[in-house]
Each structure stands twice: as C-alpha cells, then as structure tokens.
Write a protein that binds this ligand. Structure first.
Ligand code: FES
Length: 578
C-alpha cells in the first residue's frame, strides 16, 4: 500500500456537494451536518459516498461493514469526508425459487437505482462501492457508470473453503448433496455433517460462480484496484486493500478520472477475456452488456461470443475445476490470470484503471508462478478456447449460452420434455421422470417471464446429485448459477414470455445443441414454427404491481443484458459538473 498523500483536490465550489453546503440558503443543510458531529472544516471537504450491501442475511455480506470502515479511513487520510450508506442485496442461495421471489436479477436494477438516487439526492462528489452477493457487483458498477463521478469498486472477498472428510467443499457440494440424498446415495447424517462444515467463514460463495466472476470483471475493467478481488473476506489483508481503495478514490477525484473514462470497449473486451479464461459464470454474459449499456458502449452478445471463441481456458476453478477463490489468491489472484493473457497478447495493456496506471503498468511485476496448476500460462492452457460458448439457431435467433468448461462433450441431440416453470421440471427430476436422451426444456423463466430470469440451480443440482452426467441436457430461457454442471443451455432469446421459439417447442421435438459449432436448433420447419407461433398466446405475469411487475414490463432481452432502459448509452444520467 502506498503512503497516503494529500492530493490536490477541486475547490468545493466546483464539486456537486456545493449544492448542499455553500451559500446562505444552505444554512439548514449545514445544520443537519453539524447535528451529526461534523464541523465546518469537515463540511468544506469533498463528500465521498461509501456504499456497501452489508446485511445479516448471508455470510457473503456480513463482513462488509469492517471493510467500509477501512475505506472511510483511507478517504479521510486523503482529505475527503466519507459518508457511509447501505443498499440492499439479496442472496441468491436464499432468495430464489420460492413463492417470495423467483429471481434475484430484479435486485440488480434496484441496487443500481438506489445507489444512483442516493448519490444524486445528496450531491456527493465521489463514490466507493463495496459489494459481495452476485447482483451487487454489476448493480454497483452500473450505478458508477450511470452517475459518472469519480468512483471505485471494492469486492468484499470470498469465503474460505470448508473441509468434509478430507477434501475441500463449498456450498455447491451441499446443493448437490440434496440430490444425492434424494437419490439415496447419501444419508441424513452425512448431509447434516456436510451442511455444518461447508461454509466456515464470512465471504461470498467460493467457486468461480457469479460473485467471483464479476469480481474478476471489476479488476479487468479497471474499476477495482489490481489484486483487490482475491483476498478472502476474513483476511486482515483485506483491510489494507480497502484503505487503499479509499485513498485511490481521492486520487481519481483529484485527477478528475471518471468511470466512463475507464470502461471503454477495450476494457469490456479485457473483462470478457478474463471471464472466458477463468471459466466464469454465464451470468457475466448478462451483466457485461448491462454495464456496457450504462457506459454508452455497444458491446453485444456476438462480441462476447467472439472473445470466448478465441480465449484459452487457463484456470482450474470450481465448478469446472478443482480450486476455489482462496487458492487463486494463494497463487497471486486475478492479476495472474490477466498477466497470462497480457503475455500472450490477449489483453489490451493500455487501458487505464482506478490505480492511476494502465493495465500493463499494474501487471509489470506480476508473474505466473510455476509449480502450481490453479492458473496456467497460455502455452499450457487447459483447453484452447474459453469455457463459454454463444449459440444461435432457429431456437435462439438472438442467442443463447452454454458453458462447456469441464464438459466431456458439448454436442447433444435429444428429445424435448417441456416444462412451463422450474418447479414443474424440478418435481419431474425429483421423481426421476426423465430418461437418457431427454432435453429438459424449462421456459417462461426469462427476464420478463420469471420475471427476473431465475437460476435453475435446484434442478441442475438435483441432476448432478443423480449423476446424470451428459446423458440428459437442460435448456432454458432462464439462467444458471455459476455452480451449474452438465450440458445446460441458458439465456435462450427471445424468451418464451414474448413468444420466442422456445415457447413453441412440443414434447417429442428433436433438439440439437452444438457447442462446437455454436448452434441451437429444433428440427422442425420454418413453416411449422410460424404456424405454432400464430396459435401461441402470451401468459399473464403473476405479479400485479411492484418491482417484479415493473421488471416484467420493462426488461430487455437477455441478449442485451435484461436491462430496464436498453439503449441508454450513458446519455440519460451524466453527473458531470466537476
Ligand atoms: Fe452470496 Fe453466492 S449467495 S455470493
């Protein structure tokens, strides 16, 4: 950590916070600040919002208050006035697949909106976002770009691995153990023993699931300090990273560097490279276009698909590989993945980052260590292409995603078994009402249909627990958790709720998944598809009002990030009066 310096900061009269601090008419505002123990000298400083999604809902978020405190210390050391606030996050492992809420994706927009509204409402000058559970990462990064004030992201860090009968485990093992218990290959006592040891500390889910994938994205985009994503949540070293984040945001303010200066098309390409090289979650394919949308950059599913097809798979991280986030930290963290890509000419080294340096400068002293197999150099890649493939075909005219990392084959031809919700499919899987060669079709679970594009974690975990391997495939207009294994195609667009071809499939149709050639097709004629579409009628959303209803009305296709204001291109909000 560099020593704190007092950067040359803009005059208060140049900053957004002048609107709530300067002038005779702001005397009542100043009274409020004095009521909180602040003095005139502190009110005269730049106001820096420090937002975290701390809560007591899950281990992912429980350690964030300590990190926010360290960020605040760093801000104060460099002449800023830190002001902390919280936003929500909902925890995917708890908040999906029941009557209360079908999907957490809606929360991404709520998080982005809440951070935006808070900062605009109080006219703060800079921002540090401290996130953890899945949607808080893209939601906060979207808000940073939408506001476009000097801002920096800090990940809360991952959980330590659990230890069960001699091997490391994560919560994914518990999900799959439910399937094993239902299959009769695990006892109640064994399940209880596992659930008690699987999650031994604070921190986010340990594999290369959505939170850790988007943490990699935060570094690769340049919105987080290099090396900040990997220290486990409970390590004291994380406090040092947090304090440096507070110091660095003051440098960004001093130098008037803002998120849209950093998140360029090249930066988005870097992020997609790191997702592919790390076998990251398919959810990144949803979140990267949403982030690009806020940055005003055209970055499509096809752009992502091209990068995935040309990026070697370098890591052995769960669920496709052996290791968890702590193991990645032990070999050097995200910078090691980026260095391997940079050395091979697969990363844009000239992108600027919140450290004040370029990607290449950040990585100048980084080496890919020998004698380890968590991250390989490109010459020794686990496979020549990335772990994710974009599919197109008559079943997915706008695209779909399949994760091939860790799969023996990504080609599957089978017979459709259609379900109009995950519950229906899960019940069938629990009863083993499927056979080898089936393609389980789960539809009306897309962005508008769910609403919120639920992750099919229960069903895929049950299938994994029943050891179906690649004898059965699953396709859906919903999403998958990063913990998904097996042949699972998600994000099929257009979705069933808007009459996409997935709504028109019938039991017995032949479906071809071809991850090698990027195809997803149903073997019926165009004429037959058109006739079925003519007979199709939309279903009514089950929500009559509120955030879920609003999302069901507004969400765009998964191919454009399932955002509620597609085409914003960064023009709607531009907090640029510094
Ligand atoms: Fe919080 Fe996985 S449930 S990161």
């Amino acid at each position: 950590m560099s020593a704190p310096t007092t950067p040359h900061l803009p005059e208060k009269s140049e900053l957004p916070s002048r609107h709530v601090t300067l002038g005779v008419e702001r005397a009542p505002h100043r009274s409020f600040y004095y009521a909180m123990g602040l003095g005139p000298d502190e009110v005269a400083k730049p106001f820096v919002g420090v937002v975290s999604c701390w809560n007591e809902a899950a281990p992912c978020n429980i350690a964030l208050d300590r990190q926010a405190a360290a960020v605040k210390a760093g801000v104060a050391e460099c002449g800023g006035l830190p002001r902390e606030f919280c936003t929500i996050t909902v925890t995917d492992s708890l908040a999906m697949g029941h009557e209360g809420m079908k999907s957490s994706l809606v929360s991404r927009e709520v998080i982005a909106d809440s951070v935006e509204v808070f900062i605009r409402g109080h006219s703060y000058d800079a921002l540090v976002c401290v996130g953890s559970c899945d949607k808080s990462l893209p939601g906060m990064m979207m808000a940073m770009l939408r506001l476009n004030i000097p801002a920096l992201f800090l990940y809360g860090g991952s959980i330590l691995p659990g230890r069960y009968r001699g091997h490391d485990v994560t919560v994914q093992d518990v999900f799959e153990a439910v399937g094993a218990r239902q299959a009769g290959t695990m006892t109640d006592e064994e399940l209880h023993e596992l659930e008690c040891v699987a999650c031994p500390s604070a921190g986010t889910c340990g594999g290369q699931y959505t939170a850790n994938t988007m943490a990699c994205v935060s570094e690769a985009l340049g919105l987080a300090l290099p090396g900040s994503a990997s220290p486990p949540a409970v390590y004291e070293s994380r406090d040092r990273v947090a304090r440096q984040s507070g110091r660095s945001v003051m440098d960004l303010l001093s130098n008037r560097v803002r998120p849209r200066d950093i998140v360029t098309r090249k930066a988005l390409e870097n992020a997609a490279r790191v997702v592919a090289a790390s076998g990251g979650s398919t959810n990144a394919v949803l979140h990267l276009p949403a982030i690009a949308n806020e940055a005003g950059v055209d970055f499509t599913l096809d752009d992502i698909g091209h990068i995935f097809a040309t990026t070697p798979y370098l890591t052995s991280l769960k669920p496709g590989g052996k290791y968890v986030a702590k193991d990645l930290y032990d070999v050097g963290g995200v910078p090691v993945i980026m260095k391997a890509l940079l050395d091979a000419g697969l990363l844009h080294g000239d992108c600027i980052t919140v450290s004040g340096k370029t990607v290449a400068e950040n990585l100048a002293d980084t080496r890919v260590p020998t004698g380890q197999d968590v991250v390989k150099p490109v010459a020794e890649a686990y496979s020549p292409t990335g772990g994710l493939v974009v599919l197109r075909g008559n079943l997915a005219p706008e695209g779909a995603i399949v994760k091939v990392a860790g799969l023996a084959t990504s080609v599957f031809k089978g017979t459709a078994r259609c379900f109009d919700s995950e519950e229906e499919c899960f019940a069938a899987v629990q009863n083993r009402a499927y056979k080898d060669g089936d393609v389980l079709v789960i539809r009306y679970e897309g962005p508008r249909g769910g609403p919120g594009m639920r992750e099919m974690l229960s069903t895929t975990a049950a299938l994994a627990g029943q050891n179906v391997g690649s004898r059965v495939a699953l396709i859906t207009d919903g999403r998958f958790s990063g913990a998904t294994r097996g042949i699972s195609v998600g994000h099929i667009s257009p979705e069933a709720a808007v009459g996409g071809p997935i709504a028109l499939i019938r039991d017995g149709d032949t479906i071809v998944i071809d991850g090698e050639n990027g195809r997803l097709d149903v073997e019926i004629s165009d004429e037959e598809l058109a006739a079925r579409h003519k007979a199709w009628t939309p279903r009514k959303t089950r929500y009559g009002s509120g955030a879920l209803w609003r999302f069901a009305q507004l969400a765009s296709s998964a191919a454009t990030g399932a955002v509620t204001h597609p085409g914003a291109k960064g023009e709607v909000f531009d907090y640029s009066d510094i």
